[in-house]
Design a protein around this ligand. Structure first.
Ligand code: HEC
Ligand code: HEC
Length: 300
């Protein structure tokens, strides 16, 4: 279930609940008007009772459907639940007995029917809270699922210290920071990687975080490069080789071989074929590796 579908279902859920409660209030509120005047009242109108009933059952079906999704999702959770998730589950569970009691009263205990409006309002209020913390949350964070890059407009908010702090905190959740520091990438390459990470950890890594970390890593890389005096292309090629070409054999095998550009092109293609996974090396990565390996002999 994508967050978008859930948001749409949840919005439909409260609209249905809201309209149902509105009709109920219109019917009961006006019948008990002490002047005895009913005016444009909906009271007694069989049509409205029927509409109320149909909407009520639609509401009930939607609730059941979402409950099933929720239980399936919670059952699949590996980590501890967040406070938001726990609150959401508790609200949903409280709704179950309220809805069951409401249906029971309507069907079997008409003498208690004066209590129905209060029950209806309670159910609607809880549903509203339930929806607010899911649909609302995703609507607010939806913009974070778009691809983020740096633009000139960001210069005012970018801050290296902040970028470093965010990176230390958020990028060490699933792997070591060493993995981040060891990589060399072009600006587009970093944008690609960090956006991918943000998607993996959505909505924990926000657009703001992506920009700060991206800025920090690019600047950090420039500084390292100035210190080492090695061109960025070479560093990119070198980290790619040590990451990708050590999967099946020692890097000695790679660095020990003397080949010209044409021969490296053939070898790298052959290695990629051996791996058999089209996602193993992109065309850009292949060309970075080939440039690095064939430039090595002449420059050293
Ligand atoms: C939700 C877990 C998670 C978080 C949080 C996370 N990563 Fe990753 N990261 C992964 C996984 C899984 C891989 C290996 C899969 C891959 O290479 O695509 C990976 C691989 C990487 C790599 C090596 C692969 C490459 O493309 O160069 C880098 C660099 C990286 N992450 C940087 C970051 C940065 C920077 C952040 C913080 C913005 C971050 N990661 C946050 C899960 C995460
Ligand atoms: C899927 C496993 C695998 C990966 C990944 C891999 N290799 Fe190899 N490599 C092999 C095997 C198997 C051999 C020995 C058989 C052969 O030469 O085809 C080999 C041999 C070599 C040789 C010696 C033979 C020759 O043609 O000179 C070189 C050099 C080499 N690999 C370079 C690389 C480079 C560069 C990369 C990274 C782009 C890489 N390998 C990635 C499996 C791999």
């Amino acid at each position: 279930m994508s967050p978008l579908i859930i948001s749409v279902l949840a919005t439909l859920f409260i609209i249905l609940g809201g309209v149902t409660v509105f009709i109920m209030l219109e019917m009961t509120g006006r019948t008990r008007d002490h002047t005895g005047k009913t005016g444009r009242s909906l009271a007694g109108s069989l049509t409205w009772i029927r509409v109320h009933k149909i909407l009520g059952y639609l509401f009930l079906s939607l609730f059941t459907l979402m409950l099933v999704f929720m239980i399936r999702k919670v059952a699949g959770f590996q980590e501890e639940l967040t406070a938001r998730a726990v609150f959401h589950i508790v609200l949903a569970l409280i709704l179950i007995p309220l809805v069951v009691i409401k249906v029971l009263v309507v069907r079997r205990h008409p003498q208690l029917s004066t209590k129905l409006p209060m029950l209806g309002i309670a159910i609607f209020t809880l549903s509203f809270g339930l929806t607010g913390i899911t649909a609302g949350y995703y609507v607010l964070h939806r913009s974070n699922l778009t691809y983020t890059t740096l633009s000139a407009l960001d210069n005012d908010v970018l801050d290296l210290e902040l970028g470093k702090a965010i990176m230390n905190r958020k990028c060490s959740k699933c792997h070591s920071l060493e993995r981040v520091y060891r990589a060399y990438k072009s600006e587009a390459g970093w944008a690609g990687t960090i956006n991918k990470m943000a998607l993996l950890d959505s909505p924990n890594i926000t657009t703001f975080d992506v920009k700060q970390v991206l800025n920090y890593l690019i600047e950090q890389q420039k500084k390292r490069q100035k210190k080492s005096g090695v061109s960025l292309e070479k560093e990119i090629g070198k980290t790619l080789v040590s990451r990708k070409c050590s999967v099946c054999h020692d890097l000695d095998r790679v660095f020990g071989a003397g080949k010209n550009r044409q021969e490296w092109t053939a070898t790298v293609s052959r290695m990629a074929d051996t791996m058999g996974d089209p996602g193993f090396l992109s065309d850009q990565e292949k060309s970075d590796i080939i440039t690095f390996l064939s430039g090595r002999e002449t420059e050293q």
